[in-house]
Design a protein around this ligand. Structure first.
Ligand SMILES: Nc1nc2c(ncn2[C@@H]2O[C@H](COP(=O)(O)OP(=O)(O)O)[C@@H](O)[C@H]2O)c(=O)[nH]1
Ligand SMILES: [Mg+2]
Length: 439
């Protein structure tokens, strides 16, 4: 028997209103009990104003209550939404009152999990709800919205249909005698599998390119002391966060700030930079800078116009202080060097687009439908691998169709895992535990 769950859907704290949500078979009855109304008082999808009472019969608040009748609700079950005044004390009292009617507190993500289990959404859509809530840029919002609307799922469902039709051809080959097996069918199958595998690969590569929109990226500024790292940091952040000084070694530890560059959430880190010093504290900072560069997604190495460009291992090379001396004497043919003046703001837009293109691998050709989680991408990679194995077997002189069929079936099962058609409990728990309570 499914029980009825309750949670606050709005963030904790004070506000104009807070929304408490219930889902499950006794939602309406419980609401009737705490509002001293008959359950027929609540009409489907009609916002109704009424008082709610605590166990002692004292009015807690006047609320707007809306009833979403199963199956036309978020979870697919009977859902009640109570909008009360946005005070945590009121919210707590209302929830306590509800709990005494036999409902229980919801676990994180339990509403969305129920929506999934009741077939309202598939797993790709369920995960996109979490992505939507946690999105930090308008770009990731739009990806998450596309996934929630079912665009990504449809792409995968079409892919699945293609795989199933190749599978049926292979299984037909298995049924008929060996000598009738034509190489014609063989090459047709191979062509289809190659096409499907290519579609998988393309979904994976666009998703991989877009992954930083969701996960964010860490970008570190490094280089010798006094080249203008902290000035550049401030220019990118748009605030005077880091201390800028004439004497080398001003920044001893690292500092960081969260910014968004062309839609990508970025944790920008300013480091002590790289130099030999007799100062213990400064050397500790230098060592830490090296670790930070190692762990970052992208490193920007800053040079003074008067210096030569030497480090090769960094992703982006920036020549600073071009306001002093514009002619570049240190020609570098191997690398693109971006000329800037951190102090005057010259070249900062070009640097920003260099950062975003470096992170997005190839920023230009982006799809609007991408996989939004690592779990989806991991299963998709396995699907692709099994398709490739199937195509390898088909290329053999006398392909064993039972093996081809096995590999294709495996690829289908990984697609099914992406969509959540097969879902081991531990995977589901892992996904929904990452949600906030009330979603
Ligand atoms: N003329 C000029 N001076 C700069 C520029 N960027 C930084 N500086 C100066 O270089 C010195 C060192 O800057 P800072 O940002 O502290 O360098 P860091 O040690 O690499 O962090 C300061 O005096 C800055 O004002 C620039 O683009 N042009
Ligand atoms: Mg500094």
């Amino acid at each position: 028997m499914i029980d009825t769950i309750i949670a606050t859907a709005t963030p904790p704290g004070t506000g104009g209103i807070s929304v408490i949500r219930l889902s499950g078979p006794t939602s309406v009855n419980s609401t009737a009990l705490i509002s001293k109304k008959h359950s027929s008082f609540f009409k489907e999808r009609l916002a109704t104003l009424c008082s709610v009472f605590n166990d002692d019969g004292v009015v807690i608040d006047k609320c707007v209550i809306t009833y979403f009748k199963s199956p036309n609700s978020y979870t697919g079950e009977d859902v009640i939404e109570v909008s009360c005044h946005g005070n945590p004390l009121i919210v707590d009292s209302i929830i306590t009152s509800f709990l005494s009617t036999g409902v229980r507190l919801a676990h994180p993500g339990e509403f969305t999990k129920r929506a999934f289990l009741n077939g309202k959404i598939d797993l790709v859509q369920a995960e996109s709800v979490a992505s939507l809530i946690s999105s930090r840029s308008s770009k990731s919002l739009s990806f998450a919205n596309n996934a929630l609307s079912g665009k990504v799922s449809n792409l995968l469902i079409n892919l699945r249909e293609d795989v199933i039709s190749v599978l049926s051809v292979c299984e037909y080959e298995l049924d008929i005698s060996d000598d009738e097996t034509g190489s014609n069918i063989n090459s047709k199958c191979l062509l289809s599998i190659t096409n499907i595998a290519e579609k998988c690969r393309s979904i994976l590569s666009t998703s991989n390119n877009a992954r930083y929109y969701f996960t964010g990226a860490s970008v570190v500024i490094t280089g010798k002391p006094n080249v203008g790292k902290s000035t550049l940091f401030n220019a990118l952040v748009g605030l005077d966060r880091a201390i800028v000084g004439d004497a080398p070694g001003t920044t001893r530890d690292y500092i960081d700030a969260n910014i968004i560059i062309e839609g990508i959430p970025i944790r920008l880190i300013d480091t002590a930079g790289d130099r030999e010093s007799i100062d213990e504290v400064e050397m500790a900072g230098v060592r830490r800078s090296k670790d930070i560069v190692q762990d970052s997604d992208l490193s920007i190495c800053v040079y003074d116009v008067i210096d030569n460009i030497e480090h090769k291992e960094h992703n982006i090379h920036v020549l600073n202080k071009i306001d002093i001396k514009n002619n570049r004497n240190n020609h570098d043919t191997e690398r693109t060097v971006i000329p800037i003046s951190a102090k005057k703001g010259t070249g900062i837009p070009s640097l920003k687009s260099a950062i975003s293109s470096a992170l997005l691998a190839n920023g230009s050709q982006q799809a609007d439908s991408v996989l939004t989680t690592k779990r989806q991408a991991d299963s998709m990679i396995l699907c692709y691998k099994h398709l490739m194995s199937a195509s390898d077997i088909l290329k053999e002189e006398t392909p064993r169709y039972e093996l081809v069929a096995f590999e294709i079936r495996e690829s289908v099962s990984h697609l099914d895992q992406v969509l959540g058609r097969t879902h081991p409990d531990d995977i589901l728990n892992k996904i929904f535990n990452n949600f906030c309570v009330g979603k």
